[in-house]
Write a protein that binds this ligand. Structure first.
Ligand code: AMP
Length: 602
């Protein structure tokens, strides 16, 4: 699905058109210097075009240029910084939602007005398309109360919405998922500390898939030392300076948000590349900036390990986390006490990109893995917007899955057919099957098990590269063999059996399986249902003698397939299945992904 992602900052805008699944970008827009007389926009690496200084007028001019050469846009994802306590999940934007996002400007005066302006401009340009707000705060909605509460008067805190919300949630969630995929473990079985170290910096404790602690607070000022923000500081120190320097509230805001952090400490700006270069040349301020920055991150890692009672992976992401080997060295070496054994060599080689987003920098076999992961908030927003648009499509245009009973049958190789039916025998198509190109052949064979025989088992064409006999549990007992439940094509280490045809017998070494109940679908169906090849889903089947839910249904996706669910005769009988039975996916959120299970297909 083609998604437009709009990310409005206070003085700049990033927007792009990309595919929600692959993340492949068709076109990018950058608007800079908003609020000044020399505001400009450009598409990709194109020429700068001058524009009016407001978000709305800049977008009104630039968005048509961005989308003009692109495939049709099917959804728009908006990054919204603050969702307050109201928006804890990605939300379809209606007039009311847009107004509420604007009203949250009180909590995020720098960000939400810009986000709201972007929403207004994009909805005006694309009024008939679904717009979805993806909130930076949403992932942290699971923080326990003890983590989000400040130690201040409760009544006053409630009155003014003063609590910890946390930010960078889209990035923390994205990289935690990537890390879990890399580790081949379900995110729900892992305790991960994600360190988003960019211009803004935050750490998050992701306990079994949920954010339980994060370093930013009511605003993105709390926590780590950042490019220009101080992070944690004793408010008493701020009061002291404000009194001594006779600062206004705006002066305090400027001091803490814009002239502190790496910039304030180093005195040479907020770019760590310059700071590292000067530190290497002996600049004391730059050395101190690096030391304070790294120390603060280490401190948070220790604290979050304690908060979760352990840690399975520590992730470094964003500009500094992905690129600064020096900073990762300072943060992650000597963490052996918590099971993380830092590898100096891989750390210096670490390189991540969209094509290769994860790089491990811990020693082999370490209990806690150290990973560098490329973040991609734009892709994460596109994926979320795409998922919601697909859900919308499912509700508006529900697609039902025809259910068919697959009777016992055999697939044969050329060699086996020669032995069963004579050299060079060709299968005789009897009737086509629902899956394109497949047919039931007129040829039938006898399956001979240790206990009993089953006669007249159909051969299905065309010829395959492996022999395979698919039977039901009842057949298995009749034959006296123990057949594993497998995906079609996955016959390694399955039991063998004797097969007899008119021209002779074959003793197969392997090939007897009970077929794993499955759904064939095209990539378009998979996109509609929000599933991927090898997902395992639940299907509610109706139009039968009994309405049933079938769990453990394997999804198989190929452009060659036609949408249909296959169950075996036992299951068909149990469901009292009649012609015209249909299934619907029960749940796609909790789909179990079988990345680590090796399932082979024809
Ligand atoms: P972000 O906000 O994620 O785009 O991060 C931007 C920051 O990452 C920059 O301001 C730099 O401080 C830092 N950065 C980017 N590349 C490098 C690098 N190669 N070495 C050190 N720091 C880097």
């Amino acid at each position: 699905m083609n998604v437009l992602v709009v990310n409005c900052g206070s003085s700049s805008i990033k927007a792009a058109v990309l595919d929600d699944a692959s993340g492949v970008v068709q076109a990018r827009l950058r608007v800079e210097r908003l609020g000044s007389d020399d505001a400009v926009w450009r598409i990709g690496d194109g020429e700068n075009v001058s524009c009016d200084p407001t978000h709305e007028s800049a977008l009104a001019a630039a968005l048509p240029a961005l989308i003009s050469g692109c495939d049709e846009i099917e959804a728009v994802g908006h990054r919204v910084v603050h969702g307050g306590t109201k928006f804890t999940t990605p939300t379809r934007i209606t007039d009311e939602v847009a107004a509420e996002i604007e009203a949250l400007s009180e909590l995020a005066p720098l960000h939400n007005p810009a986000n709201a302006a972007g929403i207004r401009a994009a909805r005006k340009l694309l009024p008939d398309i679904l717009h979805i707000a993806v909130f930076d705060t949403a992932f942290h909605a699971t923080l326990p109360r003890r983590a989000w509460t400040y130690g201040i008067d409760n009544e006053l805190a409630t009155k003014h919405g003063v609590r910890r919300y946390g930010f960078h949630g889209t990035s923390h969630q994205y990289v935690a998922n990537r890390a879990a995929e890399f580790m081949g473990t379900d995110l729900r079985d892992l305790r991960i500390i994600t360190c988003h170290l960019g211009n803004g910096c935050s750490v998050c404790a992701v306990e079994y898939g949920r954010s339980v602690e994060t370093s930013m607070g009511m605003t993105p000022l709390e926590g780590l030392v950042m490019g220009t923000r101080s992070g944690d500081i004793d408010v008493g120190a701020v009061l002291h300076m404000a009194r001594a320097e006779e600062w206004t509230l705006d002066d305090i805001d400027n001091f803490l948000n814009r002239s502190s952090g790496l910039s304030g400490l180093s005195g040479v700006g907020n770019d760590l590349r310059d700071i590292e270069a000067r530190a290497a040349d002996g600049d004391e301020g730059c050395r101190l900036a690096i030391q304070v920055f790294a120390h603060r991150v280490r401190k948070y890692i220790g604290a979050y390990t304690a908060a979760m009672g352990g840690v399975d992976a520590i992730v470094f992401t964003a500009g500094i986390g992905e690129n600064s080997a020096l900073m990762r060295h300072r943060v992650a070496s000597r963490l052996d006490f918590l099971g993380a054994r830092f590898c100096e060599d891989t750390n210096s080689d670490a390189k991540v990109s969209a094509d290769s987003p994860v790089f491990e920098i811990s020693e082999r076999g370490a209990r806690c893995r150290l990973l560098v992961v490329a973040t991609d908030e734009q892709h994460a927003i596109a994926r979320t917007a795409g998922r919601i648009a697909h859900e919308d499509d499912r509700v508006r245009n529900p697609r039902t899955i025809p259910v068919a009973v697959s009777a016992r049958h055999m697939h044969v190789t050329r060699e086996t057919l020669d032995l069963l039916y004579g050299e060079g025998h060709e299968l005789t198509p009897d009737r086509p099957l629902s899956q394109p190109g497949q047919y039931a052949a007129a040829e039938r064979v006898k399956i001979i098990g240790p206990r009993n025989e089953i006669d007249r088992v159909r051969i299905l064409g065309p010829i395959r590269s492996k022999n395979q006999i698919e039977i039901s549990r009842t057949d298995e007992f009749a034959l006296g063999v123990d057949a594993p439940v497998r995906a079609s094509g996955d016959v390694t280490n399955s039991p063998g059996v004797i097969v007899e045809g008119p021209a002779g017998r074959v003793e197969l070494k392997e090939g007897l399986i009970c077929a794993w109940r499955h759904i064939h679908m095209t990539p378009d169906d998979a996109e509609h249902f929000g599933v991927r090849d090898r997902d395992v889903v639940e299907v509610a089947v109706t139009g039968t003698g009994r309405d049933l839910i079938f769990g453990d249904v394997l999804v198989r996706v190929s452009p060659k397939y036609k949408l249909e669910m296959h169950i075996d005769t036992d299951e068909g009988n149990a469901a009292e299945l009649s012609r015209g039975a249909e299934g619907a996916l029960v749940e796609t959120e909790g789909v179990a992904r079988l990345q680590s299970r090796k399932v082979r297909y024809d």
